[in-house]
Design a protein around this ligand. Structure first.
Ligand code: PXL
Length: 287
């Protein structure tokens, strides 16, 4: 079976694990080839560090798309994350339209904010553009803040502690069942955290959960969406992929908490990566 291949459109931040420094190692560990399209190079991510450098690589995105198309490259998924301008989202939409075909899943992580607040770089224009990019997705992976932004609702009103509410938000985010949704930050009991998954193939919402680690590290959303993407292209169903992702995020957060790693440095996932490889080996692709 050929190694699945993913075009990963994210920034590259040198320090403070997030985006491509999570996406690339996670996909590789899962037996998936990562083909990065770095949207920008930053010295650090923008949360918890002041004065990060920023080299915009948006101008490369069109030529990279054209070159790959000319070479006849195909992908099993296009996976997008943090965006720093509306222009980047337009180029991302072009890349998606270029490589979309049967068998290529489009996963949009609509990275915009956390804990009820948009990230510092996420202007209203960027949020609006993300709302226009997300309908191109086969699967979206918002957290509670991003769900509220996509739905145009107040954060406080998007509560994720009751099954019935989660079903309602998932269905609203699914655009009448046209796309699948993995809504993160769902906590149906005090000691668990996980996701509500609307699968457009079945029309059902399923819940997955893992032990809650009561601390918030940078990049857990990127880690969740990366594992989900890897598992999807390795043939897992949405709920199976989300289950694996929730469990891995929980294990890594627990380890990071024990290690006392500063929150802004992100989740200390590298020592646990082998587990993802093992999971894929034990339960090889069914597609
Ligand atoms: O983890 C999301 C993310 C990705 N990339 C950059 C960020 C953030 C969140 O702050 O700043 C550059």
């Amino acid at each position: 079976m050929p190694t699945p291949r993913v075009a990963a459109i994210h920034d590259l931040s040198g320090f403070g694990r997030c985006s491509l420094t999570i996406v690339s190692p996670v996909l590789s560990a899962m037996g998936v080839q990562c083909c990065p399209v770095p949207t920008a190079y930053l010295s650090t991510h923008t949360g918890g560090f002041a004065g990060n450098t920023f080299l915009d690589l948006t101008d490369q995105m069109g030529p990279v798309t054209a070159h790959w198309r000319a070479e006849g490259v195909t992908f099993d998924a296009v996976y997008t994350g943090f965006m720093s301008s509306c222009e980047q989202m337009a180029r991302t939409a072009d890349l998606i339209q270029t490589f979309r075909r049967p068998g290529c899943q489009v996963i949009v992580d609509p990275v915009m904010g956390d804990h009820g607040r948009p990230y510092r770089t996420c202007t209203p224009d960027i949020c609006r553009a993300m709302g226009e990019l997300a309908p191109l997705a086969d699967v979206v992976t918002p957290n509670r803040t991003e769900a509220a932004l996509l739905l145009g609702m107040d954060y406080e009103d998007v509560r994720l502690d009751r099954e019935a509410n989660c079903r309602r938000w998932c269905e609203a985010l699914s655009l009448e069942g046209r796309r699948s949704v993995a809504l993160t930050g769902v906590s149906l009991t005090a000691d668990t955290a996980g996701a509500a998954c609307f699968d457009r193939e079945t029309g059902q919402v399923e819940f997955v959960s893992a032990p809650l680690v009561p601390e918030s590290f940078h990049g857990t959303g990127d880690l969740f969406a990366s594992v989900l993407t890897g598992a999807l292209v390795r043939g897992r169903s949405l709920a199976e992929a989300a289950e694996l992702a929730a469990a891995f995020v929980s294990q890594c957060a627990s380890r990071t908490k024990e290690a006392g790693t500063p929150h802004r440095e992100g989740v200390d996932f590298e020592p646990l990566l082998w587990r993802l490889g093992q999971q894929m080996e034990e339960n090889p692709c069914r597609s």
